[in-house]
Design a protein around this ligand. Structure first.
Ligand SMILES: CC(C)(COP(=O)(O)OP(=O)(O)OC[C@H]1O[C@@H](n2cnc3c(N)ncnc32)[C@H](O)[C@@H]1OP(=O)(O)O)[C@@H](O)C(=O)NCCC(=O)NCCS
Length: 332
């Protein structure tokens, strides 16, 4: 990136609800099976929020964990950027809910909506504010509770999603050899479609109620087969592009952390790019697709589990509703 100040990852954290929902649980509502879900998606279970949990409460816990890992307090934060498509309210923003929950100073706090790519978009905002030296420490969050949007009569989609939050503290660094190296972001609203053309659609209504098992209005809807093709194509492009970029920068990608949607999407992209499977972080089996939280949860688990160490270059890749897609290359 340009300039001598870069944005580096100072600490990460995540939070998932305690309630585990198995694949078998869905057989109460739709014709499906544990075997179908495991083999067609790679998902074994996911977490759903309880009655008192929201995207905001998960985000607050994830943020506390990230601050603890960073060795910072809420007072040290200069800004909060929160990516979510399932905010607790349209106003106040989930970022303001987090700011209040953490007891921060009156720093800027805002939400950003880019579906499953949201966390990468939010990272890019934090990175820009740091690089222009406007702020030093930014809390960047991806949090979603898609269980509150699923239609339990639609087997094509209801089995795919889980709830969670991931957070990172981005801090200014003058050290040239670490921090965010490259960010690529894209959107194609025409391809995302509106009306009968839509590929992924979540109506504007915010719901704090859990799904009932009755056919719901305002639920999430997707054309899984078409999204699958889009996701494979974009993940191949993003990964290949980042491999080329890392060579240009003289870096080696130690770990690829893709958006966790479907094991077959990840496998197809690895096949096409030749990226080694043992250098890919996958936790899809435990959480399903947690939308904006998927990449930061996997990033946090990779760091805490020792799969990504200080000095390692990692590649974050995401794609989703909008349509949106993007990548971030960073050295820890
Ligand atoms: C949704 C997804 C798992 C479906 O897998 P797929 O292999 O593409 O399956 P298809 O859509 O081709 O459907 C194959 C059959 O399985 C059936 N099926 C779909 N969901 C099922 C389920 N939960 N259990 C059992 N059968 C199911 C379909 O009805 C279809 O039956 P038919 O052939 O009798 O019509 C896959 O397409 C996917 O992961 N897509 C991306 C998901 C996504 O959009 N995520 C959000 C944005 S990132």
């Amino acid at each position: 990136m340009n300039g001598s100040t870069a944005a580096a990852l100072r600490g990460t954290g995540c939070s998932v609800p305690d309630r585990v929902v198995t694949n078998d649980w869905f057989t109460k509502y739709v014709e499906t099976s544990d075997e179908w879900i495991r083999t067609r998606t790679g998902i074994c279970e996911r977490r759903f929020v309880g009655p008192d949990e929201t995207a905001g409460t998960l985000a607050i816990t994830a943020s506390r964990n990230a601050l603890a890992a960073a060795g910072l307090t809420p007072d040290d934060l200069d800004m909060i950027v929160c990516a979510t498509v399932t905010p607790d309210h349209m106003c106040p923003s989930t970022a303001c809910v987090v700011q209040s929950g953490l007891g921060c100073r009156p720093i800027p706090a805002m939400d950003l909506s880019a579906a499953c790519t949201g966390f990468l978009y939010a990272l890019s905002v934090g990175e820009q504010f740091i690089r222009t030296r406007s702020v030093r420490n930014v809390l960047v969050i991806g949090t979603d509770v898609l269980s509150r949007t699923i239609d339990l009569t639609d087997r094509n989609s209801c089995i795919l999603f889980g709830d969670g939050a991931g957070a990172v503290v981005l801090s200014a660094t003058d050290t040239a050899d670490h921090g965010i190296r490259s960010i690529k972001l894209y959107a194609d609203g025409a391809a995302g479609g509106i009306g009968s053309d839509k590929l992924i659609h979540l109506p504007a209504k915010v719901t704090l109620q859990p799904p009932t098992g009755e056919r719901q209005r305002n639920h999430i809807w997707l054309n899984g087969r078409e999204v699958f093709k889009f996701a494979v194509r974009r993940m191949i492009e993003l990964t290949q592009d980042a491999i080329d970029e890392s060579r240009r920068l003289g870096l080696e990608i130690k770990l690829l952390i893709p958006h966790q949607v479907n094991q077959r999407i990840i496998d197809s992209a690895l096949d096409q790019t030749g990226f080694p499977a043992n250098r890919v972080m996958v936790n899809l089996a435990n959480y399903g697709n947690t939308s904006g939280a998927s990449v930061p949860i996997a990033l946090d688990e990779a760091i805490r589990g020792g799969r990504a160490q200080p000095g390692d270059t990692v590649l974050l890749v995401a794609f989703g509703g909008g349509l949106t897609w993007g990548s971030v290359l960073l050295t820890l």
